[in-house]
Ligand binder design. Structure first.
Ligand code: ATP
Length: 323
């Protein structure tokens, strides 16, 4: 169980304000966030760059203390009980590894057994299981520095789960992975969640991760929760529109078509928002009557669109408990 109550964290940033003068500004990285993740839930944590995701994750894992508010991970306060917490949670940061760079993967995993004081027999059984699920066998003897990104990520997942923690926190676990490695990692995470009942909080920019794995999503922007609820409801209410990216032969004023809003114009390129229920082919045909088209592409909404739209429209969907 993860319980977060009104956490906040600000950073003071110094910048040059011209000449020798320096300006201090305060960045409210996390600005009053509350949520609960029940045991066995698999929740996606999304938001645009700089929204406050990593800062939240750092507070959940005890790397940073909240400026105010409380965090309880399986009942523990992460910033005060880091050692006890380490045995109850697994953490994976896609951008860096917890493995020892020069050691073969197997030795890294053995060291982790000692760190977490896992019983030797339990360790053997768990390692065998994880080796099988993540197909680690072919590279257990390879030094971590020689592993591909996908292999290393599988090694990191094994390291995070060797001590069988009830909670797993993942920060961009599929970043940079190819399609096959992504599928392996996603399939593995799904099994861990379903078969072991592990509670998982997943931060990602990859909507594919979310679609495959999470029923509930939380979206953060400017340090606040903009949405907390069902993925399907979010898609239906917010991400309904698609965007037609049109390259005209010559720059032109924003095209006027019924029901279609021009979002952006850059030289000959225009971005047209096509609402759900509007036939994109009919829009293209109407457009072709008015202007000469050089190229056209239809873009499905991605996470950034969803978040941008949530804010552009000003009407945040009220946060609601998962259900
Ligand atoms: N140590 C720090 N010192 C100063 N400012 C920081 C620090 N860490 C984060 N910030 C600022 O806090 C805000 C939130 O950053 P955070 O890393 O939590 O965002 P994020 O959602 O994880 O972004 P990304 O998707 O780019 O990883 C940003 O404006 C960032 O510049």
């Amino acid at each position: 169980m993860i319980e977060v109550t009104d956490i906040r964290k600000s950073f003071t940033v110094r910048s040059r304000a011209g000449g020798l003068r320096r300006r201090r500004t305060t960045v409210r990285a996390v600005d009053g966030i509350s949520f609960t993740v029940a045991p066995g839930e698999f929740v996606g944590y999304l938001g645009p760059n700089g929204a406050g995701k990593s800062t939240t994750i750092k507070m959940l894992t005890g790397i940073l203390s909240p400026g105010s508010g409380t965090v309880r991970m399986d009942g523990l306060d992460p910033s005060r009980r880091r050692t006890a917490l380490a045995r109850r949670i697994g953490v994976v940061f896609g951008q860096r590894t917890t493995l020892w760079w020069d050691l073969p993967l197997r030795d890294s995993l053995t060291l982790i057994r000692h760190l977490y004081r896992v019983d030797a027999r339990d360790h053997r059984a768990r390692l065998a299981e994880l080796t099988d699920l993540l197909d680690l066998g072919p590279f257990l003897g390879t030094p971590v520095r020689q592993l591909s990104l996908g292999q290393r990520m599988r090694g990191d997942l094994a390291a995070a789960l060797l001590h069988d923690p009830p909670i797993l926190v993942l920060d961009e676990p599929t970043i940079g992975l190819d399609v096959v490695s992504k599928a392996t990692v996603r399939g593995f995470l799904e099994r861990v969640n379903v078969e072991r009942g592990t509670t998982i909080l997943l931060t990602t920019h990859d909507l594919g991760d979310i679609e495959r794995l999470c029923r509930r999503v939380m979206i953060i922007d400017h340090g606040r929760l903009a949405y907390d609820g069902d993925l399907e409801r979010l898609r239906a209410e917010v991400a309904a529109d698609r965007v037609l990216v049109v390259d005209l032969v010559r720059p032109a004023p924003p095209v006027e078509l019924p029901g279609v809003a021009v979002e952006r114009v850059e030289g000959p390129r225009q971005w047209l928002r096509v609402p759900r229920g509007t036939n994109a082919a009919a829009v293209v045909a109407a457009l072709a009557d008015r202007a000469e088209i050089a190229d056209i592409a239809l873009r499905e909404p991605d996470i950034e669109d969803v978040v941008t739209r949530l804010y552009r429209d000003g009407g945040l969907i009220a946060a609601e408990p998962a259900g």
